[in-house]
Design a protein around this ligand. Structure first.
Ligand code: 5GP
Ligand code: MN
Length: 336
């Protein structure tokens, strides 16, 4: 275990540092990683952000993005960076399985591992942990880590602030999820004061899709939505052929599941997608419906209470049916 004092002492000298985050990084994964990156480089550290897989192009505007190394594209370079690192920051995940093959490399590396995360049930692979499931985003935790633990508020410059703002914006679903506390708004205000241009960042993230993404959304809403009012549940499903026809890329399906929760009374929404090698599920819920417990119990996954995911090796049709068969177990919660 590493104390905060020892970590501060380590960071007082230039170090080789790797920052990594979860598979299929979202706005918080990339925003928190590049936010921390832009903070650390100001102190002369040699820092590389490594992602296990690629991520949506609407995050490419973030300062530092050009230096990100994607493991699937450069496995040997990543292995060398991990083995040479003195410190590895693990952001927005807490189980090595979430970073795919990179997990094995990080697990056996001699580097100090610093976990900054807001997911439930952390595994025990870290040397220092800054973990709070009450945080709306890992980017929020990176901010309080820099300001309150490392006492470096003056180093939260425009680049740091812009990345962290994007993380909070996306993980709080544009400041509407219940964990968007007054503290989150105060931090957000600090980030704007530090140079984050809030309206421009919103535009870069949300108004930056190709036409086909909107047409694909149209398909989902008109032909792929099934509403089961007896369980206050709605399901979207998309096939491999749909993905091909609309040339759907990483990130293009992000957020579509939330449209189902906009139907009055709907408390549980599933987006079930037939990928090349497996069927992936995204669940979103309202109130006391445990999306993560459903994913953990039935779909090899997990996540947050109201936003979780999982996958299955079964066919799309079977996964849809399996999901429907689970609903009676949660009926009391769903219809109350
Ligand atoms: P999404 O539905 O956007 O893919 O994922 C929502 C949340 O569920 C993510 O923030 C992540 O915490 C979690 N999640 C998604 N897929 C998995 C998975 O396969 N395993 C685990 N443990 N969590 C997942
Ligand atoms: Mn997050």
């Amino acid at each position: 275990m590493l104390s905060i004092a020892s970590l501060i002492e380590l960071l007082a000298q230039p170090q080789k540092i790797v920052i990594t985050t979860h598979h299929k990084p979202d706005g918080d994964a990339i925003g928190s990683s590049l936010g921390l990156y832009n903070y650390l480089i100001q102190q002369g550290h040699h820092v590389t952000v490594i992602t296990p897989t690629d991520y949506p192009t609407y995050f490419n505007w973030m300062p530092g993005n050009d230096g990100v190394v994607i493991y699937t594209e450069h496995p040997e370079e990543c292995a060398a960076l991990v083995s040479e690192a003195k410190i590895i920051f693990c952001l927005d995940f807490n189980a090595l399985g979430r970073i795919n093959e990179l997990g094995e490399l990080v697990g056996k590396s001699a580097a100090y591992k610093v976990m900054i995360d807001h997911h439930l049930e952390p595994e025990d692979f870290d040397d220092y942990r800054y973990w709070n499931i009450g945080a709306c985003a890992t980017a929020q935790l990176v901010y309080t880590f820099i300001v309150e633990e490392l006492k470096h508020k003056e180093l939260v410059n425009k680049d740091v602030a812009s990345c962290l703002y994007a993380g909070i914006l996306t993980d709080s679903a544009s400041f509407h999820l219940p964990n968007t506390t007054s503290a989150v708004h105060r931090i957000t205000a600090d980030l704007i004061d530090a140079g984050a241009v809030n309206w421009r960042i919103y535009d870069l993230v949300y108004n930056n899709s190709p036409e086909n993404r909107l047409r694909f959304l149209g398909l989902c809403l008109s032909e792929r939505l099934e509403v089961l009012y007896e369980f206050n549940t709605a399901i979207f499903h998309v096939t491999k052929q749909d993905l091909e026809k609309y040339d759907i890329q990483t990130g293009d399906t992000e957020g579509i599941v939330n449209y189902a929760l906009s139907i009055a009374g709907i408390k549980l929404a599933a987006f079930i997608i037939e990928r090349k090698d497996k069927v992936k599920l995204s669940l979103r819920s309202k109130g006391d419906i445990p999306a993560n417990a459903i994913c953990r119990k039935y779909f090899n996954g997990g996540g947050h209470f109201n936003a979780a995911g999982g996958h299955s090796e079964d066919s799309l049709e079977n996964v849809i049916n399996q999901f429907k068969q689970i609903l009676p177990e949660y009926k009391k919660l769903l219809i109350k």
